[in-house]
Design a protein. Sequence first.
Length: 393
Amino acid sequence: MENQVQELIVKFRSDTLSETEKHLLEDWYDQLGDFTQMDYTSEKLKEDREKIWGKLPGKIIPKKIWPYFPEVAIIIFVLSAYLYRVGHSDRSAKNESLISQIAPASNKAILTLGDGTKISLTNAKSGTVAEQLGISISKTADGQLVYTVAEPKLRGNDVSSRHPKLVSISQFNTIETPNGGHYQINLPDGTKVWLNAASSLMYPISLNSLKERRVKLSGEAYFQVKKNKTKPFRVETGKQEVEVLGTHFNINSYQEESEIKTTLLEGSVKVHYAMTNGAQSTQNLSGEIILKPGQQSNLKQNGQLKIVQTDTVGVVAWRNGKFQFDGEDLKTVMRIISRWYDVHVVYETEVPKNLILQGWVSRKSNLGSILKMIENISSVHFKVEGRRVTVMN
């Protein structure tokens, strides 16, 4: 069974799992708790953990070694879940209970209409939640926000000429997910957007009737843009603008991160550096680059714009219910955890700058199991008090 699991993990990392194999791997992970009744002592836990570390040249894992230890890099984070599940009985039952109460993110969002009305999609019942300019806004049973053109007069490409006031009075809606929330939106033009935690998307409700489709994003979202060659789709994110005709891509534009990352999975996009003072990007004199599938643009705060090859499976793992870390430092990982679990992270001491994490884990896991996994593969420890997580070295 151990060899089979290792093979499945390796295939997961290379994105070659069949649907049947995906279910097998997920079932294995979900059933780890069944081992908690085994006679697994602290000594045995320590012994097995040392066996894992024995395969590595040090406890602090530099990023450069991972290509030479692919199986260890893949397995170590998942195996830590096993070590935690079977060895957690040594922990205080009271502390475990408090931490386990911090659940992962769920479908939570606030919809703000053009007139300022706010609707809690978290509490709203399934069905129509609002109607504006002939467009019906509804919530599905599985927690999606769907925009549907309700009046025939809004269909077609010549709406602006037949209804000249429509564009000028076009109202904007904004959907916001809090820390600990996420949501899917189906826009009026057929474009689908998945919002990650602590993110917002602003868009005109007459999106399908305008000459161009323009939205504003803060945070992170995955887009499946409906193709329309006559109406380009543009996404504004701070100093960046992405232009597409129809494609699948991911944008990570959290303000607390040092870069805006745009990753293309399918199609083609143009990434513009939105220069406000006439200056040019120092890395690209035109202030514009074109991405191909598998590429990612990184825009730094100073305007440096560059293209890198990336693991698209890892970038969009969040949309598929997983955290996947490919050499992120601890503080980056803790920011992700903070947004997803709605906790405040503080640092008692500085953590080693060369401490990085590699691996994946289900985003359905409770906070306690995630933190214990990190403790098992690093020198840091955590103290949880309410929704405050203190990181100790």
